[in-house]
Ligand binder design. Structure first.
Ligand code: COA
Length: 242
């Protein structure tokens, strides 16, 4: 199946002008969740990214942002309820630091991940836990900045895959392998997981912003075209309600 995914990148800190109005499109439960963040900036960032998700889904579904009904799968993956007889709409969200990423597709389940590229304490221990044998040996061939880039490619690609499958970290990350060496085509190389035949997953890197690594996975597509755009929910939220 040939599929399409739309991706929106949100610079949360630049969109802060709309944060005060984000609450207006959130449910009471979402406002309560935002209220549980210890740092005010984190609460504002989360509220903005949830408001952006509601605006984007509402636009696709032709309803008000407040009327979008979000539900959760058995492993916590949010999904959107569509009207009776309407085709499904798949989405996924990721945030890291000041950046949020939303992905929507009418075609098949998607997963996205974004990570700020930074130095990580105990990188070897993390790779030992989440990397397959072939990923661990591929990483050993690299050093310095190339190794760091490959690590974040590994992280975001694997996480996009498990998020597309919807099971998150309930899946053993070390039991499948993604390509991570520079120049290698981005794909799932091998998998011991019943839910992940390697050919069943389309994997793409996302160029989102300087200093960030990103990836998108779609299950059940043989070919995938991806459109990435910037989105400033602050500007829409600032508009007076009509
Ligand atoms: C969901 C999960 C897979 C990703 O979490 P994360 O990387 O911390 O956070 P992200 O910002 O990328 O994703 C969070 C979003 O994923 C979505 N999500 C939650 N559960 C999900 C699931 N089971 N499947 C797919 N998406 C899920 C939600 O929309 C959530 O957004 P919200 O907080 O606004 O509701 C989580 O299981 C997790 O704990 N990850 C830990 C990260 C890690 O150690 N990775 C190892 C590197 S290889």
């Amino acid at each position: 199946m040939s599929a399409r995914a739309d991706v929106w990148v949100i610079d949360l800190d630049r969109s802060m002008s709309g944060a005060a109005r984000a609450d207006a499109v959130l449910t009471p439960e979402e406002r309560a969740r935002a209220g549980r963040f210890r740092r005010r900036d984190d609460a504002l960032r989360w509220s903005l990214s949830r408001a952006a998700l509601r605006l984007t889904l509402a636009d696709r579904l032709g309803v008000a942002p407040q009327a979008v009904v979000l539900e959760h799968g058995s492993h916590g993956k949010p999904r959107v309820r569509v009207g009776t007889g309407m085709p499904p709409l798949f989405f996924n969200v990721s945030h890291s630091g000041g950046l949020a990423v939303l992905c929507l597709s009418a075609d098949a389940p998607v997963g996205v991940d974004v990570e700020a590229v930074r130095s990580i304490d105990g990188l070897d221990a993390i790779v030992g836990r989440v990397g397959s044998a072939s990923e661990r040996s591929a990483l050993r061939t690299l050093a310095g900045a190339a190794r760091m880039r490959a690590f974040f490619a590994l992280w975001t690609r694997k996480e996009a895959v498990v998020k597309a499958l919807g099971k998150g970290l309930h899946l053993p990350l070390e039991r499948f392998s993604v390509a991570l060496l520079p120049g290698e085509p981005v794909r799932v190389l091998a998998s011991e997981l019943d839910e992940l035949p390697p050919q069943s997953c389309c994997l793409r890197d996302l160029q989102l912003a300087d200093g960030y690594a990103g990836a998108l996975a779609m299950i059940g597509a043989s070919d995938l075209s991806v459109r990435v755009r910037g989105f400033d929910p602050g500007r829409i939220l600032e508009l007076p309600a009509s």
